[in-house]
Design a protein around this ligand. Structure first.
Ligand code: SF4
Length: 689
């Protein structure tokens, strides 16, 4: 029996654990003393390894390469040699005929690791010659990255998960940590036990609201109005730190000009929050010696998400809650390695280490290291995942190489996504399970899973952590980076790596932000936070020390914008708002957690639609009754979960389920900057069956 150090693959909390292996099988997981989890795990950490033992509960593992030679034909098992040859040939043909930007690729924010993401973006940029590479950050915290980069200079948590419990005030905005990051939720509880004030802004009475000092139950779709009202109170009541604002920020006059129209009393009808609660919240936040803002997808999955992120970071700037211990802004990233995927440049605007693709000096540096002519590199920002269906229908994207993502379940407005897929000439899916997207592939490339390979993940607080291989794969599968390297080589660009560390060291040499994060420094239980620019640097627990921001002028930018209504508001035909939410037992498209017996037992029925008792009574719907939920884009069956935690006028569904798939209903109104869809707001009707 042996115990292998790993990192949980299910959320950005980055909990360390030990996989206990006996006779080549994993028999249990034990909590380890990681920096973020301190010997604690949630249910997914304890029971989320079961699929590695080939449970076949839900979806089959991909066990060998397959090709569908004819559209509409069957997937045929083939050798690896044939799969690589065919994929390289088809991609080369499409590149030659339609140009590099006709091919879209994805990295993966899930269990594959940073090394693979580095190799995938190298393949896109250095072999295909396109910046068309993206990941699921686009549909979750893309607005946090874009907003924070503009106001503070870095698109990541400024603080550490470990510091949350030491903050004296937590402003938790649109973030249901109990369901999405249970171990972070433990930190919030500890903060409360340590005497912190907790302010929750959420339309639902989420778990954290139960321990909150204040719960501001705002109406759905009004985030910007409430954040502006917060800014109004800080300025009008002179609660802001005038010295800090003068010395370390810019933009106060423009900020004041916007928020002057958002007196809490004037926008009460819009936000639904009594003015006295808004004022009280800001008095508490501003008076705290240390205060932290945390947010989740209740902020980012709206058409005005980037503005709201900038508005939230402005509250921290106004009160001087940046650049020291136990304060800051914390967008807590969802999937386990979504921070790492962005770090490694599987985003269409930046190389690894957040180096801009439009900068010719940066392109020249990467071209030299990769041994290619800088002139062949793409000098424009690439396509985002959410733009693919539209560009495919316009004939501009022809091929899609998808690694470890399932857009046919997780993207907004699935009927649109399906039409986009039908318009594509060639779809390659590299995955571990036969997902909804894999079912549509022309080529299936089966990869090793977390547990069957090692590497480095980045957790939500910028901490790099190593995880080890625990067991040998049972099937004819290859490591993700190995598959990509074989295709690159077949396409005429020799790409050879012996192991993960070789890839990691190549990446470090090109990224000043990460240069000092060596394999040795991370070691067995290490957690090294970027920036870490030199070999003797210990890593950075909090950003912006001495209030030096990574913006062009070194100052933080204060920003407010007028509130915009969501794109599709309720009317007589579709009188309710639908918002997508998370559930604690399952993860992403459920292919991994749905194949774990304990987790599947916890939630084994297609997701519920949560509805307030008042709305349910009006519609004649009883608890657990089957219902139709319908929007202008689709209609799905679900089961009513009538509960008082839900606000009236809005219903909530989780997106993990194939039956009752809420993304049949959602719409793809995109934030104009981040291109993140507004999956937290569309109009629906619910009727009893
Ligand atoms: Fe895994 Fe997240 Fe749970 Fe930690 S909190 S055990 S990382 S799912």
């Amino acid at each position: 029996m042996k115990k292998i150090t790993s990192v949980c693959p299910y959320c950005g909390a980055g909990c360390k654990l030990k996989l206990v292996v006996d006779n080549g099988k994993i028999i249990r997981a034990e909590a380890a003393d990681g920096e973020t989890n301190q010997n604690e795990l949630c249910l997914k950490g304890y029971y989320g390894w079961d699929f590695l033992n080939d449970t076949k509960l839900l979806t089959p593992r991909l066990t060998q390469p397959m090709i569908r030679y004819e559209r509409g034909g069957k997937l045929t098992p083939v050798s690896w040699q044939e799969a690589i040859r065919y994929t390289a040939k088809r991609l080369s043909e499409i590149k030659a005929k339609f140009g590099p930007r006709a091919i879209m690729t994805t990295g993966s924010s899930r269990g594959t690791g940073n090394e693979t993401n580095y190799v995938m973006q190298k393949f896109a940029r250095g072999v295909l010659h396109t910046n068309n590479v993206d990941c699921c950050a686009r549909v979750c915290h893309g607005p946090s990255v874009a907003g924070l980069q503009q106001t503070l200079g870095n698109g990541a948590m400024s603080n550490s998960i470990g510091d949350i419990e030491n903050s004296r005030c937590l402003l938790v905005f649109g973030y249901n940590c109990a369901d999405s990051h249970p171990i972070v939720a433990r930190r919030v509880v500890k903060a409360k036990q340590n005497g912190a004030k907790i302010i929750v802004c959420d339309p639902r009475r989420i778990e954290t609201a139960r321990i909150a000092d204040q719960h501001l139950q705002l109406k759905n779709g009004c985030n910007m109005a409430l954040v502006n009202a917060f800014g109004y109170v800080l300025l009008e009541e002179k609660l802001y730190d005038q010295r800090y604002v003068t010395n370390f920020t810019t933009g106060l006059d423009a900020y004041r000009e916007i928020v002057k129209d958002y007196a809490p009393e004037a926008v009460e009808h819009l936000t639904g929050v009594p003015a006295r609660q808004v004022r009280e919240a800001m008095r508490t936040y501003a008076a705290a010696p240390t205060a932290t803002i945390m947010w989740g997808m209740g902020v980012t999955q709206f058409g005005q998400a980037v503005d709201v992120v900038k508005g939230l970071s402005s509250l921290a700037l106004l009160t001087g809650n940046l650049g020291r211990e136990n304060v800051g802004v914390g967008p807590v990233r969802g999937q386990n390695n979504v921070q790492g995927a962005c770090d490694m440049g599987v985003i269409p605007n930046q190389f690894p280490g957040y180096q801009d693709v439009v900068d010719p000096h940066v392109r020249a540096k990467f071209a030299k290291a990769w041994g290619i002519d800088p002139a062949v590199m793409d000098d424009k920002v690439g396509v985002r995942i959410t733009e693919v269906p539209h560009l495919a229908l316009e004939g501009k994207v022809k091929a899609y190489y998808i690694m470890g993502e399932d857009p046919l379940q997780t993207e907004a407005d699935l009927s649109l996504v399906r039409k986009g897929f039908e318009a594509l000439d060639f779809v390659v899916v590299q995955d571990i399970f036969m997902t909804k997207t894999a079912e549509q592939a022309d080529v299936l490339l089966p990869a090793t899973s977390w547990g069957e390979h090692g590497g480095v993940f980045t957790c939500a607080d910028r901490g790099f952590q190593r995880f080890e291989k625990a067991i040998e794969p049972q099937y004819d599968v290859k490591r993700d980076w190995e598959i990509i390297s074989l295709i690159a080589t077949e396409m005429g660009y020799p790409m050879h790596y012996d192991n993960n560390q070789q890839i990691w060291d190549e990446m470090r040499e090109l990224c000043p932000l990460f240069y000092g994060v060596t394999y040795e420094k991370m070691g067995d239980m290490g957690h090294v936070q970027w920036p870490c620019p030199t070999l003797d640097h210990p890593g950075t627990r909090y950003l912006y020390k001495d209030n030096k921001f990574d913006t062009p002028d070194g100052k933080g930018l204060l920003f407010a914008a007028p509130w915009r209504a969501p794109a599709e508001v309720p009317d007589a035909d579709f009188p309710l708002v639908l918002s997508t939410v998370r559930e604690v037992g399952h993860y992403s498209c459920r292919s991994m957690t749905g194949n774990c017996a304990a987790l599947q037992t916890l939630a084994d029925e297609p997701g519920f639609v949560q509805i307030n008792p008042h709305d349910a009574a009006q519609l004649g719907i009883k608890n657990r009754q089957l219902v139709w939920v319908e929007s202008r884009r689709g209609k799905v069956i679900s089961r009513a979960d009538v509960n008082e935690r839900v606000n009236t006028g809005c219903v909530y569904m989780t997106y993990q389920w194939w039956i009752g798939a809420c993304n049949e209903l959602t719409q793809d109104n995109l934030d104009p900057i981040s291109k993140t869809p507004e999956t937290k707001y569309c109009a629906v009707r619910v009727s009893a069956i």
